[in-house]
Ligand binder design. Sequence first.
Ligand code: BES
Ligand code: ZN
Ligand code: ZN
Length: 484
Amino acid sequence: MSNIHLKSVAQIPQNTSVVYIADSHTAWEHLGFTEEQQEFIKHQVAAEAFPIVINDYHRLRIISYFKREPDLYIAHENCRIAAADSVQLLNKYKVDEAAVSNESSIPNAAWYFTEGMTLANYQFLKYRTKDAGKIKNSLKTILLPEDSATAAETEELQHLLDAVCIARDLINEPPVYQTAQHLAAEFQAMGKKSGFKTTVFDKKKIESLKMGGLLAVNRGSMDPPTFTIMEWKPKNAVNQQPIVLVGKGIVFDTGGLSLKPTLNSMDFMKCDMAGGVAVGCALYAIAKNKLPVYVIGIVPATDNRPGENAYVPGDVITMYNGSTVEVLNTDAEGRMILADALSYAQQYNPELVIDIATLTGAATYAVGSQGMLLMSNAPRRETKALKQSGLEVYERLVEMPLWREYLDQMKSDIADLKNVGGSEAGAITAAKFLECFTGYPWMHIDMAPVAWNMQGKNYRVKNGSGKGVRLFYQFIKKRAQQTQ
Ligand code: BES
Ligand code: ZN
Ligand code: ZN
């Protein structure tokens, strides 16, 4: 959960610390600075020494100055990044409440700036027993005057940022605590809080449905799998057929018997449910803000372990849709559980299905940690809209092809498919595998590159990133603006 309370105010109260969002258009004369202070500000602007701090002793005034860019979405990202610097200062000075005032030429800059501040202020202190009090950030409240953000926007943003921070919490939770059952219970609790309906299938139900992919991956585990369905169906929905979001929910990936080669590759595999978490948390934000779009979220979940009865290379698994898969690497488990979920989505007659998964290391080789991969067989309009949403929230997507020839790499000698496709184009062959289980317009996001921040930078703090939540929210919000 976010540790910031956003509060809408008619005006900034006196004696409150303020962060001014400023650019070359800012009218300093109107902000109540003395002439001396204005001189100082101009001097600092010329020297590009930011952020500028005016210490009035009873309060701080910070001027966060950034350059306007020809591309608006880059200017917005500059806002988020600049905000992180201000948060650092406010915490250094032990300020607990600060207002944000947009004095720049960019409309809605306060929205982006507040995103950056809140996400930069995030901390995961649940397991600190000794120094939590000492390292805890002081900033707790951000005041947003109505001329910078309306009361409705402030509330919407609070729900969205809460959702991102819940996602980070769930990713950061250790696997010893967060089993598949526990994750499902978290989704249930989020449904109760926000208004979406949750159904959780237990192992017995999953067995009766013959979800062979999910059951195969679960065989090496001590803990049962879960299959969670989250439904947000508002009466005023603009769409009749739902948009279905499917997320990979591997609560820990050891690789199974094809154990991950050591040298740190397993250290952060508790992030392997980041896709599932992005789906659940996006639904939370969508429901909390009552977006008029019919959306369903599906998260198949289990850990992937080399227990006694674990599935082995050479096994042939009959999947939920009746097709067969030869397992040649138990570490390619994400596609096994997602395939069943994608087949299951068919019954909803969806207008569109988007899955999101920490699916392949190959995706990281392709784009580093700067973006996610997108593969799509949906109409161009949908693909473009998702990519555009990605730019707007700065969770960027790079499109890869789904050319039919790649499927040849997934052909098995003895079954319909095999679960690995060799060393070339690993992210694409994984997607081609998944495509075999779809019969509707579909987009696949490989978020392996961005689920986990090895290092923290500005508002992208270290560890669980919470990526995908703002992306889905933006995409669904824009869908709400189209009538059909
Ligand atoms: N969970 C991993 C992928 C991953 C890598 C996630 C890095 C986050 C960061 C996935 O289950 C996996 O192990 N993929 C294999 C597939 C291979 C065996 C075909 C991979 O990418 O090595
Ligand atoms: Zn794996
Ligand atoms: Zn995995």
